[in-house]
Write a protein that binds this ligand. Sequence first.
Ligand code: 3PG
Length: 307
Amino acid sequence: MKVLIATEKPFAQKAVDGIRRIVEEAGYELALLEKYTDKAQLLEAVADVDALIIRSDKVTAEVIAAAPQLKIVVRAGAGYDNVDLAAATARGIVVMNTPGQNSNAVAELAIALMIYISRNRFTPGTGHEIMGKTLGIHAYGNVGKLVGRKGKAMGMEVIAYDPFIKEDAVFEADGVKRVGSVEELYAKADFLSLHIPATEQTRGSIGYELLMSMPKGATLVNTARKEVIDEAGLMRALEEREDLKYVTDIAAGIQAELDEKFGKRVFATPKKMGAETAEANLNAGLAAARQIVDFFKTGNTRFQVNK
Ligand code: 3PG
């Protein structure tokens, strides 16, 4: 059995060492393709592998076709919009993610972005505190929950909306108030932290109307995916409302234009770094390795996302 780690954005060394230990103890071979710059390198590397561990690396139909022995792909992380699920399913390949394993890192970055923008991106001048402000959490999954709890610890009023969770008790357990609609959430949030995945339903779903409904001085915080934003709507809202701010961990397609037009009101990290901590790498990487070994040894498909 051959397991390949293919990471354009590599794991911390400690995570790679840990994955190697798990894979080799199971009697399998580990191969490593890091910092690749060309798709051709990935196509070549997958030619003889049974299992693949990736991060945001794109596993397209072409990659799947180039991997005749591939049986399982584990996305070490949460979002699996980078994997062509239909192509994998058609070949009977199991696709998994490692939910929750890198969530704390992303949640910490979301809070950091709120503080950074509130303090004028750490440049001189009077800023604002986040304490006492209303934090809206859009989607209450692993990351959303942690952002909510951290927001509470910072003295924020936390409200949340999740289309799939209707029980108040889930939110109340964290001292968070559930609101009844997306519209209500945006209309009340001084900071809106996005935690929705990029799917057919969510693509381009956050745009002009929602942004315009936000309170004076509000900030949209995006540590989720750039695809969920309607960029033309974002541009228009920022143009019409000088008080609105946008901070993101995933640069917009029009980021250069946003930066030029709106200066300190917008910010994008240079490269997605939400999950870029040694701890998150280790948690997600080891979980991926364990899930692969468990799948081969016992058939466990608990974290399969293409069932
Ligand atoms: C995720 O979906 O887990 C995050 O976006 C992290 O992505 P990364 O592993 O590419 O940093």
